[in-house]
Ligand binder design. Sequence first.
Ligand code: ADP
Length: 334
Amino acid sequence: LRTVSAQSQPEERLSDEELRPNTLDSFVGQPLLKEQLRLFLDAAIKREVPPDHILLAGPPGLGKTTLAMIVAHELGVSLRVTSGPAVQHPGDLASILSSMEEGEVLFIDEIHRLPHTAEEMLYIAMEDFRVDVVIGKGAGASSIPLTLPRFTVVGATTREGMLPAPLRARFGFTANLDYYPASELQKLIQRSAQVLGVSIDDQAARELSLRSRGTPRIANRLLRRVRDWAVVHELDHIDESAVKAALQLYQIDSEGLDRLDIAVLEAMVKRFKGRPVGIKNLASMVGEEAETIETVCEPYLVRQGFMIRTPKGRVATEKAWKHLGVALPNPSQG
Ligand code: ADP
């Protein structure tokens, strides 16, 4: 169903790489966060100690992985990468932790999805730089405490609220990434166009930025689709009309809503006729995972004023009805 989502598909992870800035200076936008992080890293470098653990929270595609890579690059150390779902047993985490070297950065994506037992192991490793390695199985198993070198965990989460308080408390620096204003996305699109070697004018970059849901990953992806359009139509330059034509083809509307967003709004307006609806119902109605609706669609739809969350469920706003071109129900008819 989904043509363009903020979640990256495996093959897109690859193309994410070529557009990833590797220094804090080339990371576009988020000026306050950059200044804070710069100070935080510089202090650690001057004190000649690995920095405190860092937590990055925010919707997919806003630059959490990129920042983790930048942290390692700025510190001049190597980065190890894992994720909550990749750790199935505490032993998986123990083997990563016990191979960490002094000063290295361990990036744990989707840290809110770590199994509980691994989470407890992580608390101890983050706080006391110690891990208990279990040797053998069953009754004969014994555990050997292992002292770890000092390293830095960079955790990323799309659901900060789902992190248990003790884990959250172990991060010395927390950054909440928010959707990017169009002006910043415009700069990002211009930077990416340069990297890709395509020419795009200001108006076209502006139009693209307005339809990118405040999300760098989507901006980059749409830029590639517009580039495809330009290549096929033998244009050596991307202008506003090329952006509009390409995005019409890919069903990205003037507000940057894609087919899934529209499907969600349509379900609320047409199927549920404006009554509050629970996330699971909504997800099954549009054939998507509840988690995708909750982390990808909903934050943006709420932020843009297309829907609100009430204690009884999600409700489409008047703006959504208008956007879909559906007449609002007459309140006197209930
Ligand atoms: P997340 O980990 O939050 O899902 P990523 O760090 O993978 O997001 O970013 C997705 C894509 O967007 C990458 O190609 C990345 O280079 C690009 N990107 C994200 N934030 C920025 C930024 N501030 N400046 C430049 N490119 C960015």
